[in-house]
Design a protein around this ligand. Structure first.
Ligand SMILES: [Zn+2]
Length: 130
């Protein structure tokens, strides 16, 4: 039997129920209040927009990523893997060379900052207004 989604107006909740295809459009008693819940026909029959994405009504505030529910939108993804669903990776300690490189960059940044303030220039090299 396929799984269908139903919406209960009384408690403003969405629940799922396994139903035979023939009975899919019939109302199903809500597990929370026992009143009749109406079938949610399609994700896109009733929707709103949030963060520029179409959202089903009612909007639970969650997102879907490759069929899995997540709490946040992926900001940085590696190989289409959502950070919430990704296995925690062991933190790699920077090697001696990497640390030296990082320190070198920081020193260079400070130097440039000093240079800019000396000539009262912005980061882009334009004279800053003061
Ligand atoms: Zn209900």
């Amino acid at each position: 039997m396929p799984l269908y989604e139903y919406y209960c107006q009384h408690c403003n909740g969405v629940f799922e129920a396994l139903r035979p295809i023939r009975e899919a459009t019939l109302p199903v008693p809500c597990p929370a209040c026992q009143r009749e819940g109406q079938r949610v026909m399609s994700s896109f029959t009733a929707f709103t927009y949030r963060d520029g994405y179409p959202r089903r009504i009612p909007d639970k505030g969650t997102y879907w990523h490759l069929g899995k529910e997540v709490k946040t939108l992926p900001k940085r993804m590696r190989h289409h893997q959502h950070p919430e669903l990704a296995e925690p990776k062991p933190v790699k300690r920077p090697s001696k060379g990497e640390r030296a490189e990082r320190e070198g960059r920081a020193v260079e940044e400070v130097k440039q900052k000093k240079y800019r303030s000396k000539w009262s220039a912005s980061e882009r090299g334009y004279p800053s207004k003061r």
